[in-house]
Design a protein around this ligand. Sequence first.
Ligand code: SF4
Length: 692
Amino acid sequence: MSNENQDGVHTICPYCGVGCGLKLTEGESDGEVNIKPWFDAPVNEGALCIKGGASTEVVDHEDRLKEPLLKEDGEFREATWEEAMDRIATELERIRDEHGPDAMGFFTSSKCTNEENYLMQKFARRYGTNNVDNCTRLCHASTVAALRASLGAGAMTNSMQDLREEADVYWIQGANPAEQHVIAHSNYFKQAAMEDTYVVQIDPHANKTTRHTDTHLQLKPGTDIPLLNVVLKTILDEDLVDEEYLESRTEGVESLRETLSDFDVEAAAETCGVDVEEIREMARIYAEADNAAIFTGMGMSQHRCGTDNVQNLINLALATGNVGRPGTGVNPLRGQNNVQGTCDVGAMPNVLPGYVPVDDDEARAEVEDVWGFEVDPEPGLTNVEITQSIGDAVHGLYVMGENPVISEPNSNHVREQLEKLEFMVVQDIFMTDTAEYADVVLPATSWAERGGTVTNTDRRVQRMRKATEVPGNTRGDLEIVSDLGTRLFGEGFDFDGPEDVFEELRETAPIYRGLTYDRIGLEGVHWPCYEEGDEGDPFLYEDSFDTDNGLGKIRGVRHQPPAEVEDSEYPFVLTTGRLEEHYNTGTMSTRSPTLVRKTPTNFVDINPEDAERLGIEDGEEIQLRSRRGEIEIEARVTDDIRPGILWSTDHFPEAPINELTNDALDPVAKIPEYKAAAAQISVDVEPATGDD
Ligand code: SF4
């Protein structure tokens, strides 16, 4: 064990983006690791949620992949690493020779470290394509797009600590921190709420966050823009804007005034299904606060208008002068342990490490100088576009730690697309629904077996440390990509471990340039950190924004209904969310005995009025259908959701809600519309009638 400390190795929880620290000790059997609290951990001070506490249950799980697998005549057989790597190298070269480099797509993973993702995106660029993307595309691509365009950086503007200490109002729209960012909520946000911070929650689904909320506006899915426009119209009409801030720090307020000049607030409130006076009252509470902070999540981003949804939150913050101070800002709570870092290191089709645009000749040349090869100046395809292009422009796929068959929308179509691939590699710790379609499956490292850095939701770069050896014949993700890169390209992929990779990452990514492994230490450092010795910035934009002219950009936006709305054939709106005890596609969490105990299988929430009308009992199996698929699922009858709306989760491969969700894309960020699909229900039993 690579102990820095005799009583355990300090590392970071592998699940959500809060970035809680914990310590690992080796257990009695091979590969077994146990958790000890890290009481001085900078984010969580020893506290862990149920997922963090159960996180070692997957490390030595009996289902771990332990040998490379090759598919022959439709069946997998065990293979040597030499055979597997030869096959991959040969096929990648063949695809490039026959179709060109853009015929390959590369999916990197927010469950992997910065170093692993950095190396994988470098591999894709060296191969000759920008077709490299990560699961941010499916969760916060629209948030990143809006924040980058209007403020400068695609990340939380503030830190959990200053939001805890300084905010007078929390405006939580489309996020559920009490279940999705449990320790951020319990150690920071709930503490503030229990003192005197006023909490407004805007969400179609009542959840655990609602319990600590002063006012819950339960809007219909897909109506965030009209609701925020009622807020903005109120603020403009009642002169609650911060004129001095608007004048000195922003541009574009005329576009907002123009958009809202003939705006009908009563009609908009009716569209949202929320009382207009209640919305107006919340507008006043937000605008009159000394410091008001916005939290946003996938309830905002996963719409075909996700970029405009987040832009309207930015409009609200800028119009009232609520960016650039502690306790304010626009703060996306990021889902996976390293989803922020995966974007930071350039695992996206349009940017290189440090968000250097691939089509910016001057900036790209600086990265090319470090790498020693030229990068295609054309942005590549996003992950959903890659899947949709299979059989046409795309013929090969390399998937590191992702499971698109379960995570992408309209997943029956995803399966059809994967069938058309000429060649696919999956690198993972378990056999997944996606890996079943692969030609080569590589057994990779779990979180406890790797070192490297990860970047949490408030931009704190922290170190994960290896606590145990990789089992069987598995190899680390970094080692695999390094080996393959060296085989294919000769130079540029031979590194002496993660710190060596990080040193190169620093050279290419300006926001990481001041960081070193020593400097990160046990405390971590918030980026941007441009030079060694910089303290890092817990909150951004104190004096100016990172935009072309230093001004924050206001842009009025109008309501765009979901791509698919309810009708007589599909009378419900199906929306989706996540559970406290589960994680993404369930590859890890559904194998954890502790995590499956409370919720072993998927379910759909239905309002009692609808349930009674359809004769559905609580706990009954029903057929849930959209235009794209049909699943059997348990009904839960609850007031948490309003009539006409259904709510379910995407954690369970055996009742995969993404067979039903819509793959309509936001035109800017290309994020799919997971949050609204027209659906219908049928039951096997005769519906009960009022006469029975
Ligand atoms: Fe892990 Fe997130 Fe829970 Fe912290 S809040 S223990 S990072 S899952």
